[in-house]
Design a protein around this ligand. Structure first.
Ligand SMILES: NC(=O)c1ccc[n+]([C@@H]2O[C@H](COP(=O)([O-])OP(=O)(O)OC[C@H]3O[C@@H](n4cnc5c(N)ncnc54)[C@H](O)[C@@H]3O)[C@@H](O)[C@H]2O)c1
Length: 241
Protein backbone atom coordinates (compact mmCIF):
# COMPACT_ATOMS: atom_id res chain seq x y z
CA UNK A 1 0.00 0.00 0.00
CA UNK A 2 1.58 3.22 -1.23
CA UNK A 3 0.11 5.64 1.32
CA UNK A 4 0.44 3.61 4.52
CA UNK A 5 0.79 5.87 7.55
CA UNK A 6 0.17 9.08 5.59
CA UNK A 7 -2.45 11.62 6.60
CA UNK A 8 -4.33 13.09 3.63
CA UNK A 9 -6.70 16.07 3.74
CA UNK A 10 -9.02 16.09 0.71
CA UNK A 11 -11.43 18.93 -0.06
CA UNK A 12 -14.60 18.48 -2.07
CA UNK A 13 -14.60 14.87 -0.90
CA UNK A 14 -18.38 14.41 -0.59
CA UNK A 15 -18.83 13.85 -4.30
CA UNK A 16 -17.22 13.04 -7.64
CA UNK A 17 -13.46 13.23 -7.97
CA UNK A 18 -12.77 14.08 -4.31
CA UNK A 19 -14.82 11.14 -3.06
CA UNK A 20 -13.01 8.85 -5.51
CA UNK A 21 -9.67 10.16 -4.19
CA UNK A 22 -10.78 9.48 -0.62
CA UNK A 23 -11.71 5.91 -1.53
CA UNK A 24 -8.50 5.28 -3.45
CA UNK A 25 -6.20 6.84 -0.83
CA UNK A 26 -7.95 4.89 1.94
CA UNK A 27 -7.43 1.69 -0.06
CA UNK A 28 -3.74 2.66 -0.32
CA UNK A 29 -3.53 2.84 3.48
CA UNK A 30 -3.83 6.59 4.16
CA UNK A 31 -5.66 8.18 7.09
CA UNK A 32 -8.21 10.40 5.40
CA UNK A 33 -9.71 13.72 6.45
CA UNK A 34 -12.62 14.57 4.17
CA UNK A 35 -13.73 18.20 3.82
CA UNK A 36 -16.88 19.48 2.13
CA UNK A 37 -19.81 21.82 2.69
CA UNK A 38 -22.39 19.18 1.73
CA UNK A 39 -23.00 17.60 5.13
CA UNK A 40 -25.41 14.89 3.94
CA UNK A 41 -23.11 13.48 1.28
CA UNK A 42 -20.03 13.90 3.45
CA UNK A 43 -21.70 11.83 6.17
CA UNK A 44 -22.14 8.98 3.71
CA UNK A 45 -18.44 9.04 2.79
CA UNK A 46 -17.51 8.99 6.47
CA UNK A 47 -19.84 6.05 7.10
CA UNK A 48 -18.23 4.19 4.21
CA UNK A 49 -14.59 4.94 4.97
CA UNK A 50 -14.74 5.48 8.75
CA UNK A 51 -12.64 8.59 8.41
CA UNK A 52 -12.58 12.07 9.94
CA UNK A 53 -14.83 14.73 8.46
CA UNK A 54 -14.80 18.51 8.46
CA UNK A 55 -17.99 20.10 7.23
CA UNK A 56 -17.71 23.67 5.98
CA UNK A 57 -16.67 26.08 3.28
CA UNK A 58 -13.05 25.70 2.18
CA UNK A 59 -12.67 29.47 1.85
CA UNK A 60 -13.43 29.92 5.56
CA UNK A 61 -10.26 30.40 7.65
CA UNK A 62 -11.86 28.59 10.61
CA UNK A 63 -12.45 25.52 8.42
CA UNK A 64 -8.90 25.73 7.09
CA UNK A 65 -7.54 25.92 10.64
CA UNK A 66 -9.43 22.71 11.51
CA UNK A 67 -8.04 21.00 8.42
CA UNK A 68 -4.49 21.38 9.66
CA UNK A 69 -4.99 21.24 13.41
CA UNK A 70 -3.21 17.90 13.71
CA UNK A 71 0.26 16.57 14.35
CA UNK A 72 1.13 16.06 10.72
CA UNK A 73 -0.36 16.52 7.27
CA UNK A 74 1.47 14.55 4.59
CA UNK A 75 -0.93 15.18 1.72
CA UNK A 76 -3.25 18.05 0.85
CA UNK A 77 -5.59 17.71 -2.12
CA UNK A 78 -7.19 21.02 -3.05
CA UNK A 79 -9.98 19.48 -5.03
CA UNK A 80 -13.21 21.36 -4.23
CA UNK A 81 -14.25 23.58 -7.10
CA UNK A 82 -17.25 24.96 -8.92
CA UNK A 83 -18.09 25.48 -12.57
CA UNK A 84 -19.19 28.75 -14.18
CA UNK A 85 -21.99 27.34 -16.36
CA UNK A 86 -19.68 27.74 -19.39
CA UNK A 87 -20.42 31.47 -19.44
CA UNK A 88 -18.58 33.57 -22.07
CA UNK A 89 -16.82 36.65 -20.66
CA UNK A 90 -19.28 39.34 -21.77
CA UNK A 91 -22.08 37.52 -19.94
CA UNK A 92 -20.15 36.89 -16.71
CA UNK A 93 -21.30 39.22 -13.95
CA UNK A 94 -19.36 40.21 -10.83
CA UNK A 95 -21.21 37.73 -8.64
CA UNK A 96 -20.17 34.82 -10.87
CA UNK A 97 -16.59 36.10 -11.02
CA UNK A 98 -16.35 36.48 -7.27
CA UNK A 99 -17.95 33.13 -6.42
CA UNK A 100 -15.84 31.07 -8.84
CA UNK A 101 -12.54 32.82 -8.06
CA UNK A 102 -13.26 32.58 -4.35
CA UNK A 103 -13.84 28.82 -4.32
CA UNK A 104 -11.41 27.77 -7.07
CA UNK A 105 -8.52 30.11 -6.25
CA UNK A 106 -8.81 31.78 -2.83
CA UNK A 107 -9.71 28.49 -1.11
CA UNK A 108 -6.68 26.52 -2.34
CA UNK A 109 -4.43 29.59 -1.85
CA UNK A 110 -5.43 29.88 1.81
CA UNK A 111 -5.12 26.13 2.39
CA UNK A 112 -1.61 26.04 0.89
CA UNK A 113 -0.60 29.10 2.90
CA UNK A 114 -1.74 27.35 6.06
CA UNK A 115 -0.21 23.92 5.44
CA UNK A 116 3.16 24.88 3.95
CA UNK A 117 4.87 25.91 7.22
CA UNK A 118 3.86 22.55 8.70
CA UNK A 119 5.19 20.60 5.73
CA UNK A 120 8.40 22.63 5.61
CA UNK A 121 8.97 22.01 9.32
CA UNK A 122 8.45 18.28 8.74
CA UNK A 123 10.76 18.42 5.70
CA UNK A 124 8.18 16.57 3.61
CA UNK A 125 4.71 16.81 2.18
CA UNK A 126 2.86 16.84 -1.08
CA UNK A 127 0.10 19.05 -2.43
CA UNK A 128 -2.12 18.14 -5.34
CA UNK A 129 -4.35 20.75 -6.93
CA UNK A 130 -7.29 19.72 -9.07
CA UNK A 131 -7.01 22.04 -12.03
CA UNK A 132 -8.76 21.15 -15.27
CA UNK A 133 -8.26 20.83 -19.00
CA UNK A 134 -9.33 24.48 -18.74
CA UNK A 135 -6.04 25.29 -16.98
CA UNK A 136 -4.17 24.51 -20.20
CA UNK A 137 -6.43 25.79 -22.96
CA UNK A 138 -9.07 28.44 -23.51
CA UNK A 139 -11.87 26.31 -24.92
CA UNK A 140 -12.85 23.90 -22.18
CA UNK A 141 -15.16 25.97 -19.94
CA UNK A 142 -16.44 29.50 -19.43
CA UNK A 143 -14.18 32.53 -19.03
CA UNK A 144 -14.05 32.77 -15.25
CA UNK A 145 -13.57 29.05 -14.63
CA UNK A 146 -10.79 29.00 -17.24
CA UNK A 147 -9.05 31.95 -15.56
CA UNK A 148 -9.50 30.39 -12.12
CA UNK A 149 -7.86 27.12 -13.13
CA UNK A 150 -5.00 28.96 -14.89
CA UNK A 151 -4.49 30.83 -11.60
CA UNK A 152 -4.47 27.60 -9.61
CA UNK A 153 -1.84 26.21 -11.99
CA UNK A 154 0.23 29.34 -11.32
CA UNK A 155 0.06 28.70 -7.57
CA UNK A 156 0.99 25.06 -8.19
CA UNK A 157 4.12 25.92 -10.14
CA UNK A 158 5.17 28.69 -7.79
CA UNK A 159 4.78 26.40 -4.78
CA UNK A 160 6.79 23.67 -6.50
CA UNK A 161 9.52 26.22 -7.24
CA UNK A 162 9.74 27.75 -3.79
CA UNK A 163 9.29 24.65 -1.63
CA UNK A 164 10.67 21.74 -3.68
CA UNK A 165 14.07 22.21 -2.06
CA UNK A 166 12.46 21.89 1.35
CA UNK A 167 10.92 18.48 0.71
CA UNK A 168 7.49 19.63 -0.45
CA UNK A 169 6.20 18.65 -3.87
CA UNK A 170 3.26 20.37 -5.52
CA UNK A 171 1.56 19.11 -8.66
CA UNK A 172 -1.74 19.48 -10.48
CA UNK A 173 -4.10 17.27 -12.42
CA UNK A 174 -6.09 18.35 -15.42
CA UNK A 175 -9.25 16.28 -15.71
CA UNK A 176 -11.23 16.51 -18.93
CA UNK A 177 -14.95 15.78 -18.97
CA UNK A 178 -15.54 13.50 -16.00
CA UNK A 179 -18.89 11.99 -15.05
CA UNK A 180 -19.67 13.74 -11.77
CA UNK A 181 -22.45 15.86 -10.31
CA UNK A 182 -20.64 19.03 -11.29
CA UNK A 183 -22.01 19.05 -14.80
CA UNK A 184 -25.57 18.71 -13.61
CA UNK A 185 -25.55 21.28 -10.81
CA UNK A 186 -26.57 24.15 -13.04
CA UNK A 187 -28.00 24.74 -16.50
CA UNK A 188 -25.11 25.68 -18.80
CA UNK A 189 -25.04 28.83 -20.85
CA UNK A 190 -26.07 27.47 -24.26
CA UNK A 191 -23.70 29.67 -26.28
CA UNK A 192 -20.76 28.43 -24.23
CA UNK A 193 -22.01 24.85 -24.31
CA UNK A 194 -22.25 24.80 -28.11
CA UNK A 195 -18.64 25.97 -28.44
CA UNK A 196 -17.51 23.44 -25.84
CA UNK A 197 -19.22 20.48 -27.47
CA UNK A 198 -17.52 21.09 -30.83
CA UNK A 199 -14.20 20.05 -29.38
CA UNK A 200 -15.27 17.14 -27.24
CA UNK A 201 -12.92 14.35 -26.18
CA UNK A 202 -11.16 12.10 -28.67
CA UNK A 203 -12.46 9.11 -26.72
CA UNK A 204 -16.18 8.50 -27.17
CA UNK A 205 -17.04 8.67 -23.47
CA UNK A 206 -16.64 10.78 -20.37
CA UNK A 207 -14.01 9.81 -17.84
CA UNK A 208 -14.77 8.24 -14.48
CA UNK A 209 -13.85 9.81 -11.16
CA UNK A 210 -11.90 6.66 -10.29
CA UNK A 211 -9.69 7.18 -13.33
CA UNK A 212 -8.74 10.61 -12.00
CA UNK A 213 -8.19 9.24 -8.48
CA UNK A 214 -5.75 6.65 -9.83
CA UNK A 215 -3.55 9.43 -11.21
CA UNK A 216 -3.92 11.40 -7.98
CA UNK A 217 -2.78 8.45 -5.88
CA UNK A 218 0.35 8.12 -8.00
CA UNK A 219 1.18 11.81 -7.76
CA UNK A 220 0.86 12.02 -3.96
CA UNK A 221 2.79 8.79 -3.41
CA UNK A 222 6.55 8.26 -3.27
CA UNK A 223 6.29 6.67 -6.72
CA UNK A 224 6.19 10.28 -7.94
CA UNK A 225 9.06 11.43 -5.70
CA UNK A 226 10.80 13.27 -8.58
CA UNK A 227 7.64 14.78 -10.06
CA UNK A 228 7.24 18.42 -9.04
CA UNK A 229 5.52 21.44 -10.57
CA UNK A 230 3.77 19.26 -13.15
CA UNK A 231 0.26 19.29 -14.49
CA UNK A 232 -0.88 15.95 -15.87
CA UNK A 233 -3.98 15.52 -17.99
CA UNK A 234 -6.51 12.77 -17.47
CA UNK A 235 -8.88 13.62 -20.28
CA UNK A 236 -8.98 10.80 -22.84
CA UNK A 237 -6.70 12.83 -25.10
CA UNK A 238 -8.97 15.89 -25.24
CA UNK A 239 -6.24 18.46 -24.76
CA UNK A 240 -3.79 16.82 -27.15
CA UNK A 241 -5.71 17.67 -30.29
N1 LIG B 1 -16.15 16.81 -13.51
C1 LIG B 1 -15.36 17.31 -14.44
O1 LIG B 1 -15.58 17.10 -15.64
C2 LIG B 1 -14.17 18.14 -14.06
C3 LIG B 1 -13.27 18.48 -15.07
C4 LIG B 1 -12.15 19.22 -14.76
C5 LIG B 1 -11.93 19.62 -13.47
N2 LIG B 1 -12.81 19.28 -12.49
C6 LIG B 1 -12.52 19.75 -11.14
O2 LIG B 1 -12.58 18.66 -10.26
C7 LIG B 1 -12.90 19.13 -8.96
C8 LIG B 1 -14.00 18.26 -8.39
O3 LIG B 1 -15.14 18.36 -9.21
P1 LIG B 1 -16.24 17.21 -9.38
O4 LIG B 1 -16.45 17.06 -10.84
O5 LIG B 1 -15.88 16.05 -8.55
O6 LIG B 1 -17.50 18.00 -8.84
P2 LIG B 1 -18.62 17.66 -7.78
O7 LIG B 1 -19.56 18.81 -7.89
O8 LIG B 1 -19.13 16.27 -7.96
O9 LIG B 1 -17.83 17.73 -6.39
C9 LIG B 1 -17.31 18.93 -5.89
C10 LIG B 1 -17.49 18.94 -4.39
O10 LIG B 1 -16.91 20.16 -3.89
C11 LIG B 1 -17.76 20.66 -2.89
N3 LIG B 1 -17.58 22.11 -2.76
C12 LIG B 1 -17.81 23.04 -3.70
N4 LIG B 1 -17.55 24.26 -3.21
C13 LIG B 1 -17.12 24.06 -1.93
C14 LIG B 1 -16.71 24.94 -0.90
N5 LIG B 1 -16.66 26.26 -1.09
N6 LIG B 1 -16.36 24.42 0.29
C15 LIG B 1 -16.42 23.07 0.50
N7 LIG B 1 -16.81 22.20 -0.43
C16 LIG B 1 -17.16 22.69 -1.64
C17 LIG B 1 -19.17 20.29 -3.33
O11 LIG B 1 -20.08 20.28 -2.23
C18 LIG B 1 -18.95 18.92 -3.94
O12 LIG B 1 -19.16 17.87 -3.00
C19 LIG B 1 -13.27 20.60 -9.12
O13 LIG B 1 -12.19 21.41 -8.71
C20 LIG B 1 -13.50 20.75 -10.60
O14 LIG B 1 -13.24 22.07 -11.05
C21 LIG B 1 -13.93 18.55 -12.76
Amino acid sequence: MRLEGKTAVITGAASGIGRAMARKFAAEGANIVVVDMDEGRLGKVVAELECEMICGDITDEAVIAKMFDREKVDILCNNAGILDALTPLHLADDALYERVMHVNVAGPFRAMRAVLPKMVEAGSGTILNTCSAAALTGGRAGAVYTASKHALLGFTRSTAWFYGGQGVRCNAIAPGAIETKMHFRQQPNMEGFAAYQKHFSTMPRQGKAGEVAALAAFLVSDDASYVNGEIISVDGGWNSF
